[in-house]
Design a protein around this ligand. Structure first.
Ligand code: FAD
Length: 367
């Protein structure tokens, strides 16, 4: 049985920041990730980041992963356990894990004094005939194939979703010399930043707003996609169909927080669409309704990497403070909170501000 003072699940930007913040306070941290490298989503992000200078704006995601990864590997207060999936949380506060070593599984248990869940988010699917054909991918999977494994997913793609992820991956597909026949978006407006939309438009890729997928076609694998115009209730309009030949259909239709461990721990959850679906209620210290269990990053509500790093730091500091190991907590947490408020300010932060207000409202109504 492992008995860390703080255990952090997930070594993405949130988890690495949480682990470093707690370890800097002198606390012994166990940082666990399913993958063989730390970094989470960052390891496939070849584009330069927006966000704040303090959180590496202007630096490529893969480089941020390398910088933080080096810090967690060399920090004496952090034990990094890779290739290890946390399987479950039990009522006695024990977490079970499966670790893969040389292709063999071994099972481990841990009972941490404090738990910080930074498990990130999963891609949302979309229901339409043919959505199980080989060639229909989540956008993150396409990005992993191209940017992590150097594999072209196909020759001609249709992208669904004109948020930042759909737009960025469309651009990266073009960089990998995959033709992008169209980006379709059910909303009447483009959700991602204008700078990303302009880049792909300049490459001649049409962005069809108020459109969605009607059907994917193919005998044994994807051969083409029919899209159609949708009304304000996102219902398809017969007669408006357009067909595109494609061997890749890429779904970038949103992310859902990965909060299974928090459900198992009995944390109070609320359905908040602006934050990606079911999210754990948490206070300004990132603590959930279960004392001693903290949450940060996309698992606390889908946002972006800069805020994941800040909420991770806040959770790590708060976990250390709750063990009596962070004498300057008020000051450090105050700085982080101010940084988070700046990141969430203005029109880009409106959705998350609405989501957080709704989370409070739902929690208040539930008592
Ligand atoms: C295409 C794309 C472009 C983006 N562009 C930007 C951008 O320009 N700027 C920006 O700020 N943000 C951007 N983001 C968003 C950003 O990547 C995420 O918000 C951020 O990575 C969330 O960090 P996280 O640490 O919460 O989760 P993640 O990065 O998802 O990390 C979670 C980690 O937890 C691990 N894990 C999960 N469950 C378990 C388990 N049970 N056991 C063990 N390990 C587990 C996973 O393996 C993973 O490593 C982009 C995202 C995408 C997909």
């Amino acid at each position: 049985m492992l008995n860390p003072q703080v255990m952090v699940v997930g070594a993405g930007p949130a988890g690495m920041s949480a682990a470093l913040a707690a370890a800097d306070c002198g606390v012994k941290v166990l940082l666990v990730d399913f993958f063989s490298e730390p970094g989470g989503q960052l390891v496939k992000q070849t584009h330069k980041f927006f966000g704040s200078r303090g959180e590496h704006a202007g630096v490529r995601g893969i480089e941020i992963a390398r910088l933080l990864g080096e810090k967690v590997r060399t920090h004496l207060g952090v034990e990094l356990l890779l290739d290890t999936q946390v399987l479950g949380y039990y009522p006695d506060g024990v977490l079970t894990m499966e670790r893969t070593v040389d292709g063999e599984s071994e099972y481990l248990k841990a009972r941490p004094r404090r738990l910080v869940v930074c498990a990130g988010a999963s891609e949302k699917p979309l229901a339409f005939p043919g959505n199980d054909l080989p060639g229909v991918y989540g956008a993150g999977a396409v990005q992993t194939l191209m940017n992590v494994h150097g594999v072209m997913p196909g020759r001609r793609a249709v992208m669904v979703g004109a948020g930042n992820i759909g737009l960025i991956i469309s651009y990266q597909l073009r960089q990998a010399r995959v033709e992008v026949a169209a980006v379709v978006e059910a909303a009447p407006v483009i959700g991602g930043y204008a700078v990303h939309a302009s880049k792909i438009r300049r490459l001649g890729v049409p962005i069809l707003t108020s459109h969605s997928v009607k059907e994917a076609h193919g005998e044994r694998e994807l051969e083409g996609v029919t899209v159609w115009r949708v009304d304000e209730r996102w219902q398809g309009i017969p007669g408006s169909e357009r067909h595109f030949e494609a061997d890749v259909l890429c779904l970038a239709v949103g992310l859902s927080p990965l909060a299974e461990l928090l459900w198992q721990a009995g944390c109070r959850m609320a359905y908040v669409p602006e934050l990606g679906g079911h999210v754990p209620w948490h206070d300004e210290h990132q603590q959930t309704s279960v004392p001693g269990i903290f949450v940060a990053g996309d698992a606390a509500g889908v946002e972006e990497a800069s805020s994941a790093m800040v909420t991770g730091r806040m959770a790590g500091l708060a976990a250390a403070a709750s063990l009596g190991s962070c004498p300057h907590y008020r000051e450090l947490a105050g700085e982080a909170r101010a940084q988070l408020e700046a990141l969430r300010a203005g029109p880009p932060g409106e959705k998350i501000r609405k989501g957080l207000a709704r989370l409070e409202e739902v929690a208040r109504r539930a008592g």
